[in-house]
Design a protein around this ligand. Sequence first.
Ligand SMILES: Nc1c(NC[C@H](O)[C@H](O)[C@H](O)CO)[nH]c(=O)[nH]c1=O
Ligand SMILES: CC(=O)[C@@H](O)COP(=O)(O)O
Length: 139
Amino acid sequence: MAKFLIVEARFYDDLNDMLVAGARAALEAEGHAVEVITVPGALEIPGAIVLADQSGQYDGYVAIGVVIRGETYHFEIVAGESARGVMALTMDGLAVGNGILTVENEAQALVRADPAQKDKGGEAAKAALVLLALRSRFA
Ligand SMILES: Nc1c(NC[C@H](O)[C@H](O)[C@H](O)CO)[nH]c(=O)[nH]c1=O
Ligand SMILES: CC(=O)[C@@H](O)COP(=O)(O)O
């Protein structure tokens, strides 16, 4: 049994709830323990994972968030930099799944967040599980 931390950027409550539910279900189905913490936005997710990892309490992480394009360049910053931060952690050897949606509108987000449809939260959790297994294999 491993211990996972879901780090969610709570920007769109209903969409977040679906993504977290999908991620939690995928992890608990494999018998793993799950905790959830909340940060203000996707830009805070990588930093929060770094802080959590320094505690030594967790084996893996799932980044959950929703970034929807607005009117300005801010979308590119939030979408690109949050992904870059998560990828940097992955390349440092952390088992992190990226479940941060970066979409044009809420309709696209809904299809992807819903566990009964694209289940991107569950998909991200499964990616974290694969990385954790690879870490054990190559230890
Ligand atoms: N526009 C979205 C944000 N923006 C907020 C940033 O992530 C960050 O919290 C702020 O700039 C303070 O550092 N975050 C999302 O998760 N989703 C968005 O659509
Ligand atoms: C992530 C975004 O693009 C968004 O929430 C910000 O919207 P805007 O560009 O209209 O300020």
